[in-house]
Design a protein. Structure first.
Length: 476
């Protein structure tokens, strides 16, 4: 282990790395069920396709994270990206409608787009183009990425991670519907049977958060993981005692065998080029560019932001082995396209593992193995309450805000882009969009204050690309 991952050099141990890897997995295990739900309309397009995407999610996450472990030796985990998967599902439905084919055929055409994107990124990573793009991001924006991601994590934890459904509708969210009701009036009746689970969610979330803080204050190893465990027990007990529901019911009803047959039949190497030809290659090219831009800057932002929190960057904000980390995400995307899922990217939930002490690829290896095991033990991952993972995300998000102390608030070229990122990332739920708006604002400020010559050419190019991308998105 020492020879492979250089544990002593990175000031860590095998135990710490394994705990960190498990922590990361638990905070992002939701993707195993949520990704196939989003890509198949919550099973509306066939159980066979749902099963195939579930298996593809596990496999692509495993391979991508494994590459991160051995190529880059970083504690970051990979999986099909949130936001990108929803966009993929929208594009697939649109293509199927235009071409007059089934959703499955449109899905198989969409996998071609993901394949092209992944192969393009492999080439760009090998030629160091993506690394040069990273270096073209101004230092002030790089510093601001970490706290902006922190707010985004808090928004996910408090806002959208634990949605509640009931016979009266949904999803109902903690900040919008529960705490929002404190000023807008009671919504207990409007939530119906969802009121009980909502109260339990709030209790679970905050008790879990306070347990994590208390343990971290005492420097207990694995504080985040233990806190999530305590929060899970609280939630399970609440469901059994107060809601009269059995949180473990799925363990007996779920299938424990991997649905290999559904994968082979529906998505494994099922690339449909004919549908793409029918909708026109200009439209296809626009979609590919959009996917590529979002994925590239989501990954770059996550790597820089999380690495900054772990002190893995130098004075200029550069992370060692960035090329290998970016190559890992590209390989994961290619594997995802071949097996049946949307773009694979680095997950911001990796920050929870970093906070638990993860500093090397051994943490990523642990997370990757858990994804592989989920092919057989997915029902166990499914019983982790979203509210328990919310506690971890809120805690890590709070810690990442400490990066703001490095921002020079007397320099408007830093203050304005960072402020815009702090607002835009949690609102848009996109790291890439936040970085794009930060780059555009930085470039305009430099030009309008007579410092145009100090802006690198590549920074101008990136700002222009984002401007074009934002306008193109209006027509997709």
């Amino acid at each position: 282990m020492e020879k492979l991952f250089k544990l002593k050099e990175n000031g860590t141990t095998v135990r710490t790395e394994i705990v960190a890897g498990l922590t990361t997995f638990m905070t992002m295990a939701y993707i195993i069920a949520l990704n196939p739900n989003l890509l198949t309309g919550f099973g509306a397009n066939g159980q066979g396709l749902w099963n195939a995407v579930f298996l593809a999610t596990c496999l692509a996450s495993f391979v991508g994270t494994l590459c991160m472990a051995f190529l880059a030796n970083k504690p970051f985990a990979m999986a099909p990206g949130m936001g990108l998967n929803s966009f993929f599902a929208t594009v697939v439905a649109s293509m199927a409608s235009i071409a007059g084919v089934s959703y499955l055929q449109g899905f198989q055409a969409g996998l071609v787009i993901i394949l092209i994107e992944g192969l393009l990124f492999i080439v760009l990573s090998a030629l160091n183009v993506r690394e040069k793009i990273v270096n073209a991001i101004p230092l002030g924006i790089r510093i601001g990425i970490s706290p902006a991601i922190g707010l985004m994590l808090m928004n996910i934890g408090l806002g959208s991670n634990a949605g509640i459904y009931s016979e009266t509708g949904g999803p109902f969210f903690v900040m919008r519907d529960f705490f929002g009701a404190l000023t807008a009036g009671s919504i207990k009746e409007s939530m119906g049977s969802g009121w009980g689970p909502m109260v339990l969610t709030v209790v679970t979330m905050f008790l879990g958060l306070f347990v994590i803080i208390a343990l971290a204050h005492r420097k207990v190893k694995g504080a985040v993981l233990i806190g999530m465990g305590v929060a899970s027990v609280i939630n399970w007990a609440g469901q059994l005692l107060f809601l009269n529901t059995n949180p473990f019911e799925g363990l007996t009803k779920a299938s424990w065998l991997p649905p290999v047959g559904d994968l082979v039949e529906n998505t494994l190497f099922k690339f449909n080029f004919q549908v793409l030809a029918n909708i026109g290659w200009v439209t296809v090219l626009t979609i590919i560019i959009t996917f590529a831009i979002i994925d590239m800057f989501d990954t770059i932002g996550t790597l820089i932001g999380t690495a900054s929190r772990a002190d893995m960057v130098d004075d200029k904000g550069n992370m060692p082995n960035m090329k290998e980390a970016l190559l890992s995400d590209a390989i994961g995307t290619v594997v995802g396209s071949a097996t049946g899922t949307s773009t694979v990217t680095t997950f911001i939930e990796s920050a929870s593992g970093v906070e638990a002490g993860g500093r090397t690829g051994l943490a990523a290896l642990t997370t990757g193995i858990m994804f592989l095991l989920c092919i057989f033990i997915s029902p166990l991952a499914a019983i982790i309450p979203p509210a328990a993972t919310s506690a971890a995300l809120i805690y890590v998000g709070i810690l990442m805000l400490s990066g703001l102390k490095k921002v020079d608030f007397d320099d408007m070229t830093q203050t304005v882009p960072v402020t815009i990122m702090l607002l835009s990332m949690p609102i848009s739920s996109s790291i890439g969009h936040g970085i794009g708006l930060g780059l555009i604002s930085y470039t305009f400020i430099m030009v309008l204050t007579g410092r145009a010559k100090k802006v690198p050419v590549l920074t101008y190019v990136l700002s222009l690309i984002f401007l074009v991308k934002f306008f193109l998105a209006l027509n997709i």
